[in-house]
Design a binder for this molecule. Sequence first.
Ligand code: FES
Length: 914
Amino acid sequence: MSLATIPLCFEINGTTVAIDVSPVERLSAVLRDELGLTGTKVGCDAGDCGACSVIVDDEVVCACLMSAASVEGASVRTVEGLANGSLSALQQSFLRHGAAQCGICTPGLLVTATALLEKNPAPSEAEVQDALGGVLCRCTGYRKIVRAVTNANGPTALDTALIPSRAAVGASPIRLDGERKVTGAEIFGADERPKDALSVLVVRSPHWHAAFEIGDTEAFVRAHPGVLAVFTAADIPGRNRFGVIPPFADQPALAEHRARFRGEAVALIAGERAAIEDLDPADFPIVWKELPHALSPDEAKILPPLHEGRNGNLLTQGYVECGDPEAALANAHATVSGAVETSYVEHAYIEPEAGFAAMEGDTLIIKACTQAPYMDRDDTAAVLGLPPEKVRIVPLATGGGFGSKLDISLQPLIGLVALKTGRPAALVYTRGDSMRSTTKRHPAAMKATISADAEGRITGMVFEGDFNTGAYASWGPTVANRVPVHASGPYVTLNYRAVGRAIHTNGPISGAFRGFGVPQATIMQETLYDRLAEKLGLDRLEFRILNALTNGQKTTCGQLLTSGVGIRQCLEELRPQWRRALDTAARLNATAGKTRRGVGVASCWYGCGNTSLPNPSTIRLGITPSGRVVLHQGAVDIGQGSNTVVTQICADALGLPLSTFTLLGGDTGITPDAGKTSASRQTFVSGKAAELAGRQLREKILRFANVSEAAEIAIEGQHLLVSEGEVRRSIALSSLPLDADGYAFAAEATYDPPTEALDEKGQGKPYAVYGYGAQLVELEVDVTLGTVKLLKFTAAHDVGRAVNPLLAEGQIEGGIAQGIGLALMEEYIPGHTENLHDYLIPTIGDVPEIETILVEVPDPEGPFGVKGLGEHVLIPTAPAILNAIRHATGAEITKVPATPARVLEAIQAVEKAL
Ligand code: FES
């Protein structure tokens, strides 16, 4: 209920303000909504994430937990107050160290670290971890944040202006979108709201599975002043089904009389902001009738199909077979078998889904966070019965995605309200709604057997995995198909059968999450590899090196890998650390004690881009009469760095310095389709399109100047300079005719990786390029408590060519942090862990030292030899940790995450068996 306002006077970033506020209004809301200081982010509204950290009278507080009234007379500092004419030393240090990726956590971290440095100008790593422990970051893995704070007064960052032509690839300039992230100027989904926007409340199912009838909505609207309208499935003008894989599109934007999972949207209430904020959703006229439900694939087998026309509750299955696996297992020198279960994992990006929709003439504009603007456009248009060109998606900065923001969420909902009312419509998911209604990592139940000959060469493998795909398809088919292709790991496996099944339940929808099922399958395979090496009496690392794929060998899909296979090099790079770590562990474990040292290793491979499906990217660029190179770069940068990396590639292909470039990003109205940001495809696929477009533009210029490929080009003011030997030409750009986009020279190129369909045995060429990696972890297990303390990771990843080594390192550190969560703590329990208090993700104190080794085995298909990296970096982490726990204690973990209780139980099982 809205209360009478009270006057409030306080100092904000050195300026006194006097405003009237509600006595119960949160400080975060006043800062953002009344004062426009949107640099202070809201991730949870519960004090769990720290994104809203501000300094009040020299103390760091969560602005979401503080009433605005309580800062009367106080001095408040936000991220906007940190720069004083120029960036503070700490802000520069964040840029220099690559400590900001998506940037949604960055203001909270900067503010908190500023308060620390004011009290303690030279903090130790432990002091930094202690001070920043309450601010969550899901992208970076924290290591670069620690370095940025402990080295805040170092030299300035590498300025793009200092990087000469053709030297961008391989350099680590500050990210091109970096400054906005450290000043709080970056605009995320919740940061822009038209003044006349309606608010939208989504009515969601409180039941796993239920039929429902909606009552008298007109009476509801009349009874609630300020509420304008209610919309249900009956109001949807188009096809009330969406889905990322068209043949499986099965999810209604608003459910029709039956909700299949808890959190499913069933109706929208639109109204003035205050009225919606005061609304009690329990007042909404709806009658529920619960239906039988299943939360696990086993339960789902005896439940009627959730979707008509499917094979029971089997959504789909993927299959790969080569050789004669049964014979191989039967005739092997040694075999091992096992089973592993994994849990739901929540993406837990710090930015809940947010955005607004508005009509501009007859075009619907949607500004929101996303990983896939063109997919959003096409799905939203279909739901709303509009031609795709009448929907324009303008991505705002995305505060982490990791796969979940590939699926549409609020887009058709706010689009429907804007379309029907003619007024802008804004929506910011609560943390609870975000966690309940969006996708998760598939829980998996897997079993496998692997065999080897007496020399230790793998002879055969069989794998089966059931993946709980939840109520709707989302990316379930991708997981089911990608897993069998990858379940062998990057090893020669001549006799093989793998099945991956995606099975519907009434649980949360499982979708894309960094690796598409491969991290789960790799846990199964890599933990069995350790057991097999032990059975054979072989060193675990050498066993992997012996079996690693090399150029000239075939995958289990029969794909001949002719070049660019770098897994062996990755594993070999680990040898020195492996030997040192094993020696240390042996020495420490020689003395009995409650702490045992363990060392683990695991590998990964991952095909970049879609599995045997087209996934083209198009990049356009042009040179303006004023001498700027404008890059239409539609590969959405969700923090991974595509804005910077794709530009670096294009700059070197064109032969002009990075500093001449201006970016136009993402907007479906002005940028060609660069596909979705997923499957480790942007640096490879969009990067290749950028390389081709850059070379094409260069050729046009050289042809125009009538010089050879050896010529150099440069821009000076409004002139293009072309030189070759003695020949010098100066082209006045403003004297040239301009194309429809206003460019004197322009080019556009499309690249689609060459793949081939898989046959019924999964044989074919699913990917054009693979990336590889291997990680080593050292840890300690307290055998009395089952707790695991991580000590160090050494990560060797073959990236083909490191376009931007600093960003590549950031990807590796961030992926390892998410792998730590998968291995040790993250378990989303539907109905129980729907907040960031009960659902635990790694904090700054959970990520140990990470030594990164960038291996560069170029793949001729990728631009400058590039391979993808984003998914790879998470895949080996969890199995390496589980292998290290087993090395330390003998305990085999068969249910992930390896919580202290599970580790202790496994240790006790070993002790009992002795
Ligand atoms: Fe920290 Fe994205 S950079 S959450």
